[in-house]
Design a protein around this ligand. Structure first.
Ligand SMILES: [Zn+2]
Length: 151
């Protein structure tokens, strides 16, 4: 079987390299502000011109600040239920992202989460598309929620 090529679904936002994929953020050389996602307009903190901004990789790890399970979803690409969260990255910016767990059972504000790449399938040429998700750190949380669900 030929080895699969991998491509990320949103190459402007994150990289597929490494165990824990990095998010592509923006660093302001004027005031030091870190932003995500990168924007072409200038610094959102100090108003510096776009020339003052440089891309910087942000570690794909942080804390869960909010979350919700989507039960009804009219768009394509993902099947409900799925859980979305706001994650405050260790590097500062808050990002909205989909979590690997279908429901929010067992999740709590402040939980550690980290980035992970999830396969979205592959095309006829064998190119696999991967999407960035966040996975709860405490590997026991899925177990815990299953136990709670049965009780
Ligand atoms: Zn700035």
């Amino acid at each position: 079987m030929p080895e699969l090529e991998r491509q990320v679904a949103h190459p402007g936002l994150y990289r597929a390299s490494g165990e824990q994929p990095a998010l592509i953020g923006q660093h302001c050389t004027g005031c030091g502000h870190l932003a995500f996602p990168p924007n072409p307009y200038g610094c959102e903190a100090c108003g510096a011109q776009p020339e003052a901004l440089e891309k910087r990789e942000l570690a794909g790890a942080g804390e869960l600040a909010a979350f919700a399970t989507v039960h009804l979803h009219m768009g394509g690409g993902i099947e409900a239920p799925f859980t979305v969260g706001v994650i405050v990255l260790d590097d500062g910016p808050a990002v909205r992202a989909t979590l690997t767990c279908p429901t929010d059972d067992g999740l709590a504000i402040g939980d550690r989460v980290s980035s992970v790449l999830v396969s979205q399938g592959s095309d006829d040429e064998g190119t696999e598309t991967v999407e960035l998700r966040f996975i709860p750190h405490s590997s026991g949380s899925a177990e815990d929620s299953r136990v709670r669900g049965e009780a």
